[in-house]
Write a protein that binds this ligand. Structure first.
Ligand SMILES: [Zn+2]
Ligand SMILES: [Zn+2]
Length: 280
């Protein structure tokens, strides 16, 4: 699959609506760790979304430990995508919302061949790529980082951004998710540097993959979008646009996070980028 081009929604007279977010590209369902499709889609319709992307977690790495871990978590979209596709196709008749059959796929540089083969075979509407782990250690959990020295944390965060730049350069994905994920984890917060921003922003500047403005932690402990303001600035300096992604796992999150995303774009007089719907 080739990542789509992007466009912005701003009309020719420059008018920007008060409700800029009409497409939410990052929503989970019970095909990974979210709630059932029907209440998620009810919330999307209620909030006036024109399109919602069901992007469940998926991992196709050959690593046996990861294989075991994903079965324990119930992240089985590598096997269940035909069933989810059947559900999405029948639900499309019942909602006045475009429903994308999408995926949030774990990325590690060593897994590129497996990822490419899987995406070719399954042909999702689009794929989101995520670096959730570096050398098997999950970015989002406080263990083992609370036991690590500052130098160890710094090296880990360096490796995260190297992997993220590789993800962007691979062009395997339409969207790169939560592009400063270490900031979400209190033990890693503050280790992201301007050099990391530049490394990744330069990669986006050369790639068709776009970042998302991810609202997954904006009303939680972190209290900020991904990417953080100075990272957003580095991306904007290179002409990189964002799609909107609520990263919702429950209907109430779709509602609350859409309001946060709308307020963010409206305050800047901007609108998010939109993935073309007719791409291959
Ligand atoms: Zn994620
Ligand atoms: Zn997600």
């Amino acid at each position: 699959m080739t990542p789509p081009e992007t466009r912005t929604n701003t009309s020719t007279d420059g008018h920007v609506s008060d409700v800029p977010v009409v497409h939410d590209y990052h929503v989970h369902s019970n095909y990974s760790d979210g709630e059932r499709l029907v209440p998620m889609l009810d919330a999307a319709a209620e909030m006036g979304l024109e399109a919602v992307g069901i992007a469940d977690h998926c991992n196709v790495a050959a690593d046996e430990d990861l294989q075991r871990a994903k079965r324990e978590f119930g992240f089985n979209l590598d096997r269940t995508h035909p069933l989810r596709r059947e559900a999405i196709e029948s639900l499309r008749d019942r909602y006045d919302v475009t429903i994308f059959d999408a995926v949030e796929l774990d990325y590690a540089p060593r897994d590129e061949a497996e990822i490419a083969a899987f995406l070719d075979e399954v042909d999702f509407d689009y794929a989101i790529g995520s670096v959730h782990r570096v050398d098997r250690t999950n970015v989002q959990s406080s263990t083992p980082f609370s036991e690590w020295s500052g130098a160890e944390r710094r090296a880990y965060v360096d490796d995260y951004y190297e992997a993220l730049a590789d993800l962007v350069e691979s062009e395997l994905f339409a969207v790169a998710a939560h592009v400063d994920l270490p900031e979400r984890t209190p033990e890693l917060r503050g280790y992201t540097t301007a050099d990391h921003h530049e490394l990744v922003a330069d990669a986006f500047g050369r790639s068709r993959t776009v970042p998302e403005l991810n609202a997954g932690r904006v009303r939680r402990e972190y209290g900020e979008f991904h990417p953080a303001p100075d990272f957003r600035e580095a991306l904007r300096e290179r002409g990189v646009e964002f799609v909107a992604g609520s990263d919702s796992h429950a209907p109430g999150e779709i509602r609350a996070r859409k309001e946060e995303l709308d307020a963010h774009f409206a305050a800047r007089g901007a609108e998010p980028a939109t993935l073309f719907e007719g791409f291959e």
